[in-house]
Design a protein around this ligand. Sequence first.
Ligand code: SAH
Ligand code: SF4
Length: 416
Amino acid sequence: MQIPGHIDPVTTGTVPLRGGNRIDLVGLTRDAIGGVLVEAGLDAKAAKLRAKQIWHWIYHRGVTDFEAMTDIAKTMRPWLTDRFIIGRPTVREAQVSNDGTRKWLLAAADGQEYEMVFIPDADRGTLCVSSQVGCTLNCRFCHTGTMRLVRNLGAGEIVGQVLLARDALGEWPKGTMAGFGADPEDDDADDDAAGHYTADGRMLTNIVMMGMGEPLYNFEEVKGALKIVMDGDGLALSKRRITLSTSGVVPMMARAGDEIGVNLAVSLHAVNKEVRDEIVPLNRKYGIEELLQACADYPGANNARRITFEYVMLKDKNDSDDDARELVRLIKQYKLPAKVNLIPFNPWPGAPYECSTPERVKAFSNLIFKAGISAPVRTPRGRDIMAACGQLKSAATKPTRAELDRIAEEKQAALG
Ligand code: SAH
Ligand code: SF4
């Protein structure tokens, strides 16, 4: 395992190409697609036009086959197929919870596994996306943190989750593309008849970077993926519908605000050093004061766009009335435009904590609400299929307590 604690500590490694020698276009910027087309022999002008068309087919129409790209000359499609692919993660397992939550176990081209979760609600559908295989950090209440094997996911593997979710939900627009006329170079343009197509009602409306991994330890790839997700000529999700959750990688927070600009959620979980050091060990490196100051400075946060503080409710650990009062005091001291999300602890095999009682959670929430700060309790979703917050882990093994302690120690030592 690489040393965590640096800004971007985990390498992506060399992942074998899914399509043999063919290049996977998913995850590349529009310019980079143009670049690989030039390398393959197109002149710059043609490459730019093709990149624009291919982009639209990949991210707006969800196409994975160059033969379906009807505004590209028929003769050119096999040329593309020989050189490129439009990949998807492999689905190892797909599960549906009795509350409608869906979880997919995915495999990358190198066989590494990661999970993605879709949470349907009446007014929205949220996709919970992973940024790493495992996590170098080791929050004591989090199942993902017990995974030893860690690598960063590439931008293509991150955005690939969104594409796959759209596939699974059947959400790509259907019909032909009006306005995207026939290819002027195509002498057989009969299949390019202009028509109209409709973007169907969307189930997938929101994205949270809250799956496996610490997104700010994989900044460049997460940024690249989210830029693609937000691109207006593709998936076109608004930055207001995307939330990135960090356990508190302070040095990367300002860049996240400036360069990605999505909503921020911070896994606070405790209000004093002793408890946070224990349950979120990264706190020993970046303490609560530093973290809250970085929140106060977060670019783009204001009363209309609040920072969410996530707070897992652990019985007799962080759930007292005094903890709630201290949380309010801290939010006020740093003048934070904040809301609090109380997350009942989701158990997993071997977890060293219990969830607070519903009465305790309610009392905690009430105290914060009374101080004028919103503090809803997040309803656990998908617990029956281990899809709820903090339950994700790709191998369903049950390590012994000694093994869990050893992994925690190793990760802590690496943190420095
Ligand atoms: N690594 C990032 C994002 C992924 S975790 C982070 O830590 O913020 C998404 C959220 O689930 C975090 O707030 C995390 O602290 C919380 N979580 C982890 N394990 C949990 C568990 N067992 N029960 C409830 N929430 C948990
Ligand atoms: Fe990693 Fe987040 Fe889990 Fe902590 S809570 S171990 S940072 S995934």
